[in-house]
Write a protein that binds this ligand. Structure first.
Ligand SMILES: Nc1ncnc2c1ncn2[C@@H]1O[C@H](COP(=O)(O)OP(=O)(O)OP(=O)(O)O)[C@@H](O)[C@H]1O
Length: 664
């Protein structure tokens, strides 16, 4: 059977004619829902999604069609020009954009039947689709700006943009333009967000530019090796590759993944721009020296944003990722050993990224619980803030899948599009009332939420009362007097306490526990500052109390979610290896109780089954005794790892508890 490359070289005119006919019959391409100028007024349904997927294709480059055509060994019958040189080859599209929003790309896949060459038109759907004529500025506006990614990061959330696609499809072109535009706009946006916050607390809005502290790092991940793109190096190895320190990527003891990179502070657009240009030039130098390394490495630019007005709030992050080019096995099989290894590693990380993004999209759309295997790989470990379901930071991921416009690349393009299309989900459905659960703020109505908030502020007022009494009592002691003990207040008396805020402004009519749980910490603090009344609390006390209260609310939500997840996992049918391998012992001879065994399975998620299956395969190949030896050894090793993880988590909890200041 003719390969697709052979088909596109020997039957190009016929394929072009079939495509022309198809194009004449199809309806006109649908545009974007909102014109560019009106984007700010209508956020659109994508804004409510946690994962957004976009497709992009670029225009053909000069002579590219001819190069692709003549590069094929089967292009023996290539037409020659008057000078006997290979004639110019007209471009033939492998991709057509039929709708910009929702985005639809149609890939034209060449085939062969007894009657001659054929084209199959396969449709793929995304949230947005950018055709070859679209400029970088519009792509930036419709992705980063329309989804408010900068404000998200400035408000303590995490925004991540990933460029995926075949080598040469335009990932770097898109990401570099996004990076430079972020440098252009971030500081302006910081001023807008800062002004709002300062006005809310009666501060001086001209100080808005000084609220945020920005630090930047730039990491390159080549195969298993991470290095720092901000590290300048003169040293080169035997092959002329710049030598950079290998950076470890692992979780620290409190569960953060913070590789030891140079973290540069930037104070202006110009600083950020200069830094990005420097890091990109290091990447390009490596690329030239190491035979197009850029297509083989992932590059992650992380901008971390600290809000100095709210030092306890989580730091916001913007992570911009230019992923390594996706390669098919056929494209990498002639590489040397090191490149094969890199290629394998890249494909592994891209596959794992796919699992994580899909799980995140599914979880957001269904409000269910899905295991996200972000620990399985360095790339996804670096994206932990996006994938860790235990994180209380709001996050949003956007993946832009790039495809080449040429018919010669259609097979690659269909791979890319089928990788990314499943990330498209419906926006989260509005849900009917959920049954009330006293421990789950997401089920509280307005009255219960106000009651809880009032109780929180009352607790704060009681503490202040106690503290004021302690001070008075110390003064009295110095004067040789003893104060009467502070009388306890009856509930009706507690209701008379001056709380310092108007709770009904923090939780206005119609607002519920779920609504409050969706606010970012700075938004909640801002609300509390706007609700401040009288002089019972200072600005700083309102801020401190607000951060503490929203922390308590998040904690309740998180515990309720974890509880619910465990209930769901327990009620699910247990992963039963017996289905695959016949009757099986539930565990090895070692001591595991059922509950611990189940907990371990929840911890591993789908990896559990994968590891068991891999062990079974290996055991068959090596002719070992499966049930009595290999199954036992495999589960023992997994249980040991799980127990170590559990012990480390417990130890962290104890440490965190010990580090907490004493409740006065
Ligand atoms: N939308 C576009 N408009 C015009 N030219 C483009 C566009 N996208 C990409 N190009 C050009 O196509 C070429 C390949 O693009 P680019 O280097 O961004 O691809 P890539 O996917 O990052 O490749 P690699 O994986 O090898 O790094 C470059 O010359 C780039 O300038």
């Amino acid at each position: 059977m003719a390969s697709s490359a052979t088909l596109t070289t020997t039957h190009l005119p016929t394929l072009r004619a079939i495509l022309d006919e198809w194009n004449q019959k199809r309806p006109a391409t649908k545009g974007f829902l909102a014109p560019l100028a009106e984007l700010h007024q209508s956020p659109g349904e994508n804004a409510s999604k946690d994962v957004i997927v976009a497709f992009r294709t670029r225009p053909p480059l000069p002579d590219e069609a001819a190069d692709k055509f003549h590069a094929d060994a089967d292009a023996k019958d290539a037409p020659l020009d008057a000078d006997g040189q290979p004639a110019a080859v007209e471009f033939c599209a492998g991709i057509t954009v039929t709708s910009a929003e929702p985005g639809v790309f149609v890939a034209h896949v060449p085939g062969m039947k007894w009657s001659g060459p054929t084209l199959t038109h396969k449709s793929y759907e995304a949230d947005l689709a950018f055709g070859p004529d679209l400029e970088n500025e519009e792509v930036y506006q419709r992705t980063v700006v329309a989804n408010d990614m900068l404000s998200l990061a400035l408000s303590g959330g995490v925004g991540c943009i990933l460029a995926y696609g075949q080598t040469g499809s335009g990932k770097t072109y898109t990401m570099e333009s996004v990076e430079h535009r972020v440098a252009r706009d971030l500081f302006k946006q910081a001023r807008v967000v800062g002004e709002r916050l300062l006005l809310a607390q009666g501060g001086d809005p001209t100080e808005a530019g000084n609220i945020f502290e920005f630090s930047v790092n730039f990491l390159e991940l080549l195969g298993k090796h991470a290095s720092d793109l901000l590290e300048s190096t003169e040293e080169v190895d035997a092959q002329g590759n710049p030598v950079r320190t290998d950076i470890a990527v692992r979780e620290d003891k409190v569960g953060n993944v913070r590789p030891n990179l140079i973290s540069s502070t930037v104070r202006s657009s110009e600083d950020l721009e200069e830094l990005i240009t420097r890091a990109l030039s290091h990447r390009r130098t490596s690329a030239t020296l190491r035979n197009a390394t850029s297509s083989r490495s992932h590059a992650l630019l992380t901008i971390t944003i600290k809000n100095t007005l709210l030092p306890y709030a989580d730091e916001g992050q913007l992570i911009l990722v230019d992923l390594a080019g996706s390669e098919r096995y056929e494209d990498s099989k002639d590489h040397d050993k090191q490149r094969m290894e890199e290629s394998r590693e890249n494909n592994k990380s891209l596959m794992n990224l796919k699992e994580c993004v899909r799980a995140k999209a599914k979880m957001a759309a269904e409000d269910g619980f899905v295991h996200i295997p972000w620990r399985a790989n360095k790339l996804t470990m670096l994206l932990k803030p996006i994938f860790d379901i235990e994180s209380r930071q709001p996050s949003k991921a956007m993946i832009i899948a790039h495809v080449s416009p040429h018919i010669q690349d259609t097979i690659h393009s269909t791979n890319t599009l089928s990788y990314a299309a499943p990330f498209k989900t419906a926006p989260p459905k509005p849900r009917g009332p959920v049954p009330y659960d006293a421990q789950d703020p997401r089920t509280w109505d307005h009255a219960r939420t106000v009651e809880w908030l009032t109780a929180q502020f009352t607790k704060r007022a009681l503490k202040s009362r106690q503290a004021a009494w302690s001070v008075r009592s110390k003064h009295a002691a110095l004067a040789g007097k003893t104060l009467k003990p502070l009388p306890d207040l009856a509930p009706e008396q507690q209701q008379q306490l001056d709380l310092g805020v108007d709770v009904s402004k923090i939780c206005p009519p119609g607002s519920t526990g779920k609504n409050l749980g969706m606010l970012y910490t700075p938004q909640f603090v801002q609300r509390c500052l706007e609700a401040k009344v009288g002089g019972a609390l200072t600005q700083d006390e309102v801020k401190g109390t607000a951060v503490e209260i929203i922390g308590n609310l998040f904690y309740l939500i998180l515990t309720a979610k974890t509880r619910k997840r465990n209930e769901i996992m327990k009620s699910r049918r247990k992963l039963d290896t017996a289905d695959v391998y016949g009757e099986a012992p539930r565990r090895s001879d070692r001591e595991y109780n059922d509950e611990e065994f189940l907990e371990a399975q929840i911890y591993y998620g789908t990896d559990w089954q994968r590891i068991i299956i891999a062990a079974h395969k290996k055991c068959k190949e090596e002719g070992k005794d499966w049930w009595n030896v290999v199954y036992g050894e495999t589960t023992d090793a997994m249980m040991e790892k799980f127990r170590a993880h559990k012990a480390a988590t417990e130890a962290q909890k104890v440490e965190a508890q010990a580090a907490k200041p004493e409740d006065d």
